[in-house]
Design a protein around this ligand. Structure first.
Ligand code: ZN
Length: 475
């Protein structure tokens, strides 16, 4: 329940919306080859568009040009922004983590250009409960312009280059933060077990079996997925109902589905976390080859990779001693009938695995000019409720950019990256990137990227390209 006191606090925080977050920002360095090279080295980006006299900066490097650096005394942060942070600190929200980064690139940044930027606080959320703790999301928008300083242009000749939205969570650390399993040895044994704690007694909810649905469950027991077909008009129907939706007839015959189908719609459940469900898990509306649709789970695939049009096949999953449920897994038969026309399913990018070493986390922080202690100092990271240092969002964004760039080759014009961070990436883990590219009627290509590790989904991103790469991807 929201108490009046909270509402008052919400209003105080909401009043920051629209106030400047930074004024008159000027990049400390012009766009230059050494900073681009160092960044590419750490991200592993080998795109040839980043080198030579005509080099353009990697789009995902955008924010780096605006970073204040180790001595943030030269920072252009506004009084309102500092005041907002001080207020959040005073409220106990002393920890900070970046959660979203949305960048729109209007044009490439070339060597010798100077970046100018203005930032505004877009919104401050009400208090939210998160896996990390209770806190508020602060969204900032930055507008970037640039002028060709090397060729003698003046600041007033600067033209729009990009916009950059950035969301952080300022929060009170939870008693038990999300940890890597091996870090649990450090956890307070008296602490309240979190939602991830084992609940050995938990079982999946039992289905309701009644006179109308008994035939379906008899089918499951017999290893069949049965739907109904009207004896009078021939319409197939599911879920089970006493009468036909098409003609009203009460006469029907049960039929066993072939088991082939396609994902019509899907969602990945992360939260809340019902007992007896492994998280995250994919819930899908599957269209069977016979034309009826059924809500089920898709298993045997990373939940985030389940997508509309994915061909699937029936599989019976044993949940416990008493419960077996019909579910679906990616089809092992490539010829499975699909409601998606060929060619519309897009292209899969090759998987990329990245070893998240301590060196990569620290080098990524430095090369993106992000000197927050949680990205390089273990003791200070622990003091702030994290089990270890963790990768900063600028590095994750850079890796997403590099992953897509590896595939498109040098000719592609990236117009945007929208990134959402999930679980942290700690040293000693492995990040696996997968991507799926779709082209719309206007030729714009959208690439969905997910980065996963042993804790779950680290990053989900949407990367847009002005036009499909001429080669259709060189991967
Ligand atoms: Zn009928």
């Amino acid at each position: 329940m929201t108490e009046p006191r909270d509402q008052q606090a919400d209003e105080v925080y909401r009043a920051y919306a629209g106030q400047p977050a930074g004024v008159g920002g000027r990049a400390p360095d012009p766009v230059n080859a050494p900073m681009i090279r160092h960044w590419c080295e750490v991200m592993g980006e080998t795109n040839t568009a980043r080198t030579g006299a005509d080099a353009v900066a990697p789009p995902a490097m955008l924010q780096v040009w605006t970073m204040a650096g180790l001595d943030s005394a030269g920072s252009s942060r506004s009084g309102a922004y500092d005041e907002l942070f001080a207020r959040l600190d005073a409220d106990g929200c002393t920890s900070v983590v970046a959660t979203d980064c949305e960048q729109r690139y209007l044009r490439p940044l070339r060597l010798g250009e100077r970046v100018l930027f203005e930032a505004v606080i877009e919104s401050v959320s009400s208090e939210k409960s998160t896996a990390l703790g209770v806190g508020r999301f602060v969204t900032t928008r930055m507008d970037l312009r640039a002028y060709d300083e090397a060729r003698g242009e003046k600041p007033e000749e600067a033209t729009p280059a990009a916009t950059h939205r950035f969301r952080i969570l300022k929060y009170r650390p939870a008693a038990r933060p999300a940890t890597r399993p091996e870090a649990d040895a450090d956890a307070d044994p008296d602490a309240d077990p979190g939602p991830d704690a084992e609940r050995p007694a938990a079982v999946r909810p039992r289905p309701v079996v009644n006179r109308d649905t008994a035939g379906f469950w008899e089918g499951v027991a017999a290893g069949e997925l049965r739907f109904q077909r009207c004896d009078d008009c021939g319409a197939a129907r599911f879920p089970w109902l006493p009468g036909c939706n098409a003609c009203g007839s009460a006469r029907w015959t049960a039929e066993a589905a072939s088991g082939a189908g396609t994902v019509y719609s899907s969602v990945v459940v992360h939260h809340p976390l019902p007992a007896a469900f492994d998280r995250p898990y994919a819930v899908a509306l599957v269209e069977l080859a016979e034309g009826v649709r059924i809500v089920s789970n898709v298993v045997g695939i990373q939940p985030q990779r389940v997508r509309i049009g994915l061909p699937v096949e029936l599989v019976f999953e044993r949940c416990d001693d008493e419960l077996t449920l019909p579910m679906f897994r990616p089809s092992t038969r490539p010829s499975a009938r699909s409601s998606t026309p060929p060619g519309d399913a897009g292209q899969e990018l090759p998987e990329l695995r990245i070893s998240v070493t301590r060196t990569l986390v620290v080098a990524g922080a430095i090369v993106t000019r992000d000197f927050q202690d949680v990205h390089h100092d273990v003791e200070l990271a622990r003091a702030k409720g994290s089990p270890d240092i963790f990768m900063n969002i600028l590095t994750t964004n850079g890796l997403v950019g590099r992953y897509v760039s590896d595939w498109t080759g040098p000719g592609a014009m990236v117009t945007g990256i929208a990134l959402r961070l999930g679980v942290p990436a700690y040293p000693g883990s492995e990040l696996t990137f997968n991507g799926h590219a779709m082209t719309d009627d206007s030729g714009q290509m959208t690439i969905s990227v997910i980065g996963t590790n042993d804790l779950g989904t680290h990053a989900t991103a949407t990367v847009t390209l002005a036009a499909a790469p001429a080669s259709g991807g060189r991967g």
